[in-house]
Design a protein around this ligand. Sequence first.
Ligand SMILES: NC(=O)c1ccc[n+]([C@@H]2O[C@H](COP(=O)([O-])OP(=O)(O)OC[C@H]3O[C@@H](n4cnc5c(N)ncnc54)[C@H](O)[C@@H]3O)[C@@H](O)[C@H]2O)c1
Ligand SMILES: O=C(O)[C@H](O)[C@H](O)COP(=O)(O)O
Length: 375
Amino acid sequence: MTSKINHKLTIIADSNIAGLEDFFNENTLGQNTYQTVNIIKVAGRDINAQLVAKLQPDVLLIRSVTKVDATLLADNHSVKFIGSATIGTDHVDQGYLVERNITFANAAGCSKHSVAQYVLTAILTLRPEYWQQLSTSPTLGIIGLGNIGSILAQYATDLGWQVLGYDPLLPASNINNASFDEVISQSDVISLHVPLTDKKDSNNPSGSDYPTRHLINKTALDAMPSETLLINSARGPVIDAAALQADIESNERQVVLDVFEHEPYISEQLLSKLAIATPHIAGYTLEGKLRGTQMVYDALCEEFAVTPTQAMQQLLPVNMYLWSELKAYPDRLIKFYDIMQDDRELREKVTNGQVSGVDFDQLRRDYHLRREWQL
Ligand SMILES: NC(=O)c1ccc[n+]([C@@H]2O[C@H](COP(=O)([O-])OP(=O)(O)OC[C@H]3O[C@@H](n4cnc5c(N)ncnc54)[C@H](O)[C@@H]3O)[C@@H](O)[C@H]2O)c1
Ligand SMILES: O=C(O)[C@H](O)[C@H](O)COP(=O)(O)O
């Protein structure tokens, strides 16, 4: 950024970002740098080209529902920093931001424990016998072994489960130990932890040689034993929803979805077939969201050469949720996280054959943030 000294900093921020006022104000961004910090809080889906052109902000702070690309920034030449307080970045055209010399930061790994604990809760709610499988331990298939997948593998190993992992972009390891086909055909449970990517080609140079859109398609579902529990807390389009619906109808498969191909809309036809359904809240713990804000704040301070002065620990109430306690007393799971309450609240929103986008967003906006289990 050319001039670090300014008299006013304008930030447009997604109102669903936790701790906005605590992290972004005159004191936390350096008293000598900015005399005023003006935060305009907006619903993420309402951060659009017209607003960005009208307000000419210096900074955008977003979450996954704001698409950042040439359309959003066509008539704006003031933004110098964009932070997404999320892990996923599929909503951001990062190549375009490089062309525009706009610094981008996301919050890699911020909610890795939250999502892994969500997956464990779903599995153990549906299959409590897995707590202490004395005879044969269950096999957990994990597709994508980055921050979340690898943490989930640690929890699974801690419970004595077998892990079959597949990640073509990482070297073989004690968890990256199987082919895609082996995970699909030999797992009792399969959990998806990949980014949403499309095929790399001349039109999409930033794509992937291992695209994940519709990674789980009819072919994969046909090769999956009908008793295999399938869980998606990555991105909805990683699973072909039409193929999934047909698969559940013919195989009666147990499926858990926290993300949906046509999010924020969910058809009742699909919803009624799911064992557990939640409105994209797997990462929604107080720790996970505040850690996301912290990481974006730290990146903004680095951009402005300002020493960070706000730490999330100061914002966290006492946390009594211990993984060691839950392992010792599995029947306390519902007190740690009652996932079926989230499921019920989503299903109660069905009107006229679907969950509307407005209701889906309201559930996420008003979600009572869980607490992340402490190790
Ligand atoms: N539901 C939620 O609330 C929630 C919360 C956080 C993240 N997410 C989603 O989960 C995704 C994963 O998060 P993460 O922190 O583990 O990301 P990460 O980038 O740390 O790990 C993703 C892993 O997927 C691997 N991968 C990429 N393409 C693959 C393929 N075709 N097959 C197998 N593996 C492949 C990568 O090599 C990488 O190791 C995010 O991109 C985000 O979309 C969802
Ligand atoms: O990518 C992530 O971090 C998660 O999917 C996160 O939940 C994004 O959802 P958002 O709250 O941004 O809508």
